[in-house]
Structure formats: C-alpha cells, structure tokens
Design a protein around this ligand. Structure first.
Ligand code: C2O
Length: 536
C-alpha cells in the first residue's frame, strides 16, 4: 500500500508548558506534529514544505533504515540541500521495520523549537494488550530559541565561561507541561484557564495498555515511571526484545521503548484512583530549572479531574546510564559469524570525543575534527570525490565479509586535561541507516588490546541510540553493524548542542553501489540552487 502525507513547517508562537515561546517552529500548526502512520512493508511518500521565514529545513525519520533510499534520510548537509522557503521536498521510502519512532528536523538546531512528531509502523498483530496508545513524545523544553541557548553552550573563552549546558525550563509530555510562573507579573506566563490540561489517560481495571515512549529531548535523559504500576518492556527502539519487568525505565535522547502496563485488577489502592506519570531528569544528563517530574495522570475514574495524591513507590535511579544490556535481549538474534568476531581485533575504527576551542567558543569533536556540514554543498552531491577527509569519514567501498566496528571513547578528554574544558558528559550516540549491536558499554578506560576481547557477541542489545557512558577515568561504547546499506550516514551525539558543534562523523558506505536515484548522479543537480544568497 502507498501512504502519502503532507507536512508544512512554519513559525508559530507556542506555549506547551503554559509559557510563551515566541520563536516556536511547528509541523502542520502543532507541537508535536501529526502522527505519521503506515503498515510494515508500505511505501511512504511525505511531501515536506518549508514556510519558515528565516531557516531552511529538512525532516529526518529517526531510526528508519532507508535501505537504498539514502536521499530520503533528511540530513541537511549530508543527504540533501536545505528546503528553501516555499519549496517542497518529497521523501520516498519503504517501511522496512515496525514499531514506533519519531521524525524531527535535521536542519541545525530546529527540532528543539518544536519541529518533531511521532511515527508508527504497524507490525504483525500478536497483540498482547487491550489498547495501543498513540506514541508519546517526552521532551525537555526551553522558552528561548534553540539558537539562543546554543550560545550558552558554546560560551566565550575571553570571559572564561565555556560550555555550560543551557538550563531548560520544563518537561513536556506530548506538548503539554506545567511551568510555574506568575501571570500577574510576567506577561508571557499564561493563567491557568488559558493553559492546556495536563496529559491524562483512563485505565480500566484489569486491562493491558501498550505505551509507546519516545525521548525527543534536546539535552536530557529521563527515568520514566507510573506510580504503583509495573512496566513490562517489549522493545528497544525498533527492535522487539524478550519482555522484562521493571518499575522504572531509563530513556536517553532519541531512544524509544514499548511498555505494557497492566491496570490494577480490582478497586484501586489510591483512594481517588489517580496516579502520577513521572519523568525525572537523569542526573548529569541535562539540567531542568524546575524539577517537576509529575507530567501526566493515569485515572481509574474517567470523570475525575483531581490531581493524584500518589507518592512514588520506588527509589528512582537517576544515574545517567542506559538500561543494562542483560535486560535488552532481541527476540530475533543477529547472527555474528566467527570470522566477524576475529575481524574486531584487526579492524575497529576508534573515535574519541574531545573538546576544543575555535574562535573562542567550545567545540565538541570526534577524532579531534569537528564535523561542520556545508549546507549548500551536501556530501550526497559530492560522491566520488577522492579528496575526502578520512578524519571524519569511513570509506567502506566493499565490505562483504564482516561487520563494521566502531569504538567511541571519552578518553581524550581525560588524557589531555587542556581539552577537559567541559564537565564530563555522557553522550547518546545515534547512527543513521542501521540498527547496531552494542558490543561493549562502560564508564572505564578503554584498553586497545584487552577491551575488544571482552566484547559481547552473544545476542547483544540492538538499537539505534546508545549512551556513551562517562566515568572518572574514561568511558567507551563499542558498536557493530553490517554495512549492507549503500549511502552516506551520520553518526552523532543526539544532544542537540553537541551535534551542532561537531560531535558527529559521516560514514560513507559502499559508495559504488549507491543507486542512480541519488542526486549527485544527476548532472543537473550539482549544487543547492538558490542557497548561495542565503549563505553569503
Ligand atoms: Cu534523531 Cu541524526 O537524528
């Protein structure tokens, strides 16, 4: 079946948490944008028109493989030119995975201002639940534009202040939050009767609900709980896993979990029948000005409007870490042959995260080189260019035998104290075009000869975002993927400030097999026409 959608990106003053954000940017008039829905195997066409007055735009379909459709990945500077004002770009791809995810602008710092929405691909129905919720975006939220916040992150070396994570003001669940302010003294603060009601859902006793969670944040990782309820986790990102039960789940930026929650079988213990949904910012993974983790309500009494009096039932772990790998066991294992295991020692690409200063501003790098994308000359228009800079790209012309292994470490920051200009941060690392296996993830020092021998090849977790942990002496994340998707793919930290200041690299994969639908192979499409005037 062919599905078709039309998305318009526009400027709009919005107030999801009850406080005006004058520089909001939205999809089809709302934040979050509309749900994009399809069935497994469908062909999808999405027409994106940009009406932003001062920005280009592109939309990325986070986690979707884009097998042989690199040109639909939506990465400005990599897979396409920015969509200019009034122009439309048609994204065409196949739904090859099922589950939920999100779409977001991949044009500079645009998604934190509101250009994001949910995406759902229906899979085989072995439904083990009674009701499937529309995917919910949970995000940190700032009242300032992302570009204003970015200057805080970059800092200024002459004043001696470099790289402070900007403080966000609240957490919004599906575009609703409740910022505390005083409308009588602050004209941007909306009175209660002008605000959106808090997110709430009704549970019927004994029924099972499928919650599809998405962390769509700019800089924050969360711990998600529902007071007095157990979460049964059944997928990581777009990968079904053997279910495990927990009272809280840790969600890094860009990560998704599907979680089944069983309603209480009999009369609710809480006398008013209302329970808080809480999202706590994980320590060291973002800063929220106002700690108000109660962001939604589960009601057993549909008529009730009271706020819950429930108190949390578990000591929340706020350590900035991913879920432990032993919990995240894929239902369909990824076969890794022994030859591939041997390749690890000979053939691992090492990239380290470091801080540097350029023009007096903080910079985040991989391999000491920041990836600063050229908006008007994206990589996809330069395929075959032999002067490629190997410091920020891996060239895999043909890699039929095994896997690509990439180890990302935070060691450079520790080894060279002059680069340790920023407090140690964990980084949610995201790869485009693939799911990857997590071979190792640690807050210890990476030892080039010893650590690879400890890699886990026994049905390791598989997903598209994993946290690179930060410890006192180091930290590393080792991933592997099969290079079976010709194209140029971004690997980056999903903290928006870090990606924008350079913590990214491009993976040029099987260049000679990239299909002729790619614009660079069309001689009439060698530049981003009309962009020079914007960028001069
Ligand atoms: Cu969620 Cu490069 O993106």
């Amino acid at each position: 079946i062919h599905r078709e959608y039309w998305l318009n990106v526009t400027d709009k003053v919005i107030s999801p948490d009850g406080y005006l954000k004058t520089e909001g940017k939205v999809v089809n008039g709302s934040y979050p944008g509309p749900l994009i829905e399809a069935c497994w195997g469908d062909d999808i066409t999405i027409h994106v028109t940009n009406y932003l007055k001062t920005n280009g735009s592109t939309i990325h379909w986070h986690g979707l493989r884009q097998l042989h459709t690199n040109e639909a990945d939506g990465v400005n500077g990599v897979t396409q030119c920015p969509i200019a004002f009034g122009d439309t770009f048609d994204y065409k791809f196949k739904a090859l995975q099922y589950g939920h995810s999100w779409y977001h602008s991949h044009y500079s710092l645009q998604y934190p201002d509101g250009v994001a929405g949910p995406l759902l691909i229906h899979g085989p129905s072995s439904a083990n639940w009674d009701e499937d919720w529309t995917p919910i975006l949970i995000s940190d939220w700032s009242h300032r534009s992302a570009f204003q916040d970015f200057y805080v992150e970059l800092g200024n070396s002459t004043s001696g202040v470099l790289g402070r994570e900007p403080t966000m003001q609240s957490i919004v669940l599906n575009g609703t939050g409740s910022y505390t302010c005083d409308p009588s003294t602050d004209k941007n603060c909306l009175p209660q009767n002008k605000r959106k009601p808090i997110f709430s859902k009704v549970f019927q006793q004994g029924k099972r609900y499928l919650l599809r969670l998405i962390n769509a944040s700019t800089e924050s990782a969360f711990v998600f709980t529902i007071d007095n309820h157990v979460l049964e986790v059944i997928s990581t990102d777009l990968v079904p896993i053997h279910p495990f039960k927990t009272e809280s789940i840790h969600i890094g930026i860009g990560q998704r979990y599907s979680v089944i929650v069983e309603a209480k079988p009999s009369a609710p213990v809480q006398k008013d029948g209302n329970y808080w949904i809480r999202t706590v910012v994980s320590d060291g993974c973002g800063t929220i000005n106002q700690s108000k983790p109660e962001i939604g309500v589960i009601r057993y009494n549909a008529g009730s409007t009271a706020l819950p009096t429930s108190t949390n039932h578990t000591g929340l772990s706020t350590l900035c870490a991913d879920e432990p790998p032993e919990n995240l066991v894929p239902v369909v294992p990824w076969p890794v042959d022994h030859q591939a295991v041997n390749d690890v020692l000979n053939d691992t690409f090492e990239a380290f995260v470091s801080n540097n200063v350029t023009h007096g501003a903080l910079r985040w790098d991989l391999t000491d080189t920041p990836l600063w994308l050229n908006f008007s000359n994206p990589t996809i228009l330069n395929l075959g260019n032999t002067t490629w800079n190997p410091e920020y790209a891996i060239i895999q012309e043909s890699y039929d035998r095994g896997y690509v292994y990439i180890v990302i470490t935070t060691q450079a920051i520790r080894k060279d104290p002059s680069k340790n200009t920023h407090s140690v941060a964990a980084h949610p690392i995201h790869l485009h075009g693939h799911d990857f296996v997590i071979l190792a993830q640690s807050n210890q020092t990476y030892d080039v000869s010893a650590t690879p021998k400890t890699f886990n090849f026994n049905n390791p977790p598989r997903r598209d975002v994993a946290l690179l942990p930060a410890g006192n002496t180091g930290g590393y994340l080792a991933i592997g993927f099969k290079p079976d998707n010709p194209g140029v793919w971004l690997l980056h930290c999903h903290i928006a400030w870090h990606a924008s200041s350079g913590l990214a690299m491009q993976i040029l994969e099987r260049q000679s097999e990239i299909l002729p639908t790619i614009p660079s192979l069309d001689p009439t499409r060698k530049t981003c026409k009309g962009w020079d005037k914007w960028l001069a």
